[in-house]
Ligand binder design. Structure first.
Ligand code: ADP
Length: 163
């Protein structure tokens, strides 16, 4: 039986939506790897080390969560770390097609890997790192959307008075 799960993502930066999925996953598995994959072609706002540091702070209350960073194929990473289950958060229908393709591709690479989907809770259904970055960039208050450490990091990045 798989006892290790993987919550992969870009986490640029981690939001309360991510955190909700990570917390719920940590209640279901003995150990959860929250791994930032640095493959993306998008130019990130936060550097790899900053993103990992923010994730570590945001998950410090979860003793069975390990924060890691990686490049390369998710399925190979899972195999190397003896992880049997990938947990992905699903928000609106728009997430579905991409997730479906990725789950199938991961299974082609590593046949024993299962992908489970966790429905986003309504308060987080429309929350994304992209929107948070945009709101913060224009001076909006993001405190309801991200952990405190992230709100502070965004404020430092984009300036403005401490709230
Ligand atoms: P990626 O670039 O791999 O989509 P993200 O960091 O954007 O990485 O997301 C990582 C995971 O968290 C994905 O499974 C994504 O669907 C999920 N996720 C993102 N935002 C939310 C949210 N508001 N509620 C629930 N799950 C979310």
């Amino acid at each position: 039986m798989p006892h290790r799960a993987l919550c992969p993502g870009s986490f640029d930066p981690v939001t309360n939506g991510h955190l909700d999925v990570i917390e719920r996953t940590s209640a279901l598995f003995e150990q959860v790897f929250v791994t930032i994959f640095f493959n993306t072609v998008k130019v990130p706002l936060f550097a790899p080390e900053e993103r990992m540091d923010l994730l570590r702070q945001a998950t410090a209350h979860l003793p069975n969560v390990v924060v890691d960073g990686a490049t390369g194929l998710l399925a190979q990473y899972a195999q190397a770390h003896e992880i049997g289950v990938v947990v992905r958060g699903l928000r609106a229908v728009s997430d579905f097609e991409y997730e479906f393709a990725m789950a199938e591709m991961n299974k082609q690479v590593y046949g024993e890997l299962e992908t489970l989907f966790m429905m986003a809770r309504p308060p987080h259904s429309y929350l994304s790192s992209t929107l948070v970055r945009e709101v913060a960039q224009w001076g909006g208050d993001v405190r309801g959307f991200v952990p405190d450490c992230v709100a502070r990091a965004l404020q430092q990045r984009f300036g403005g008075e401490p709230r």
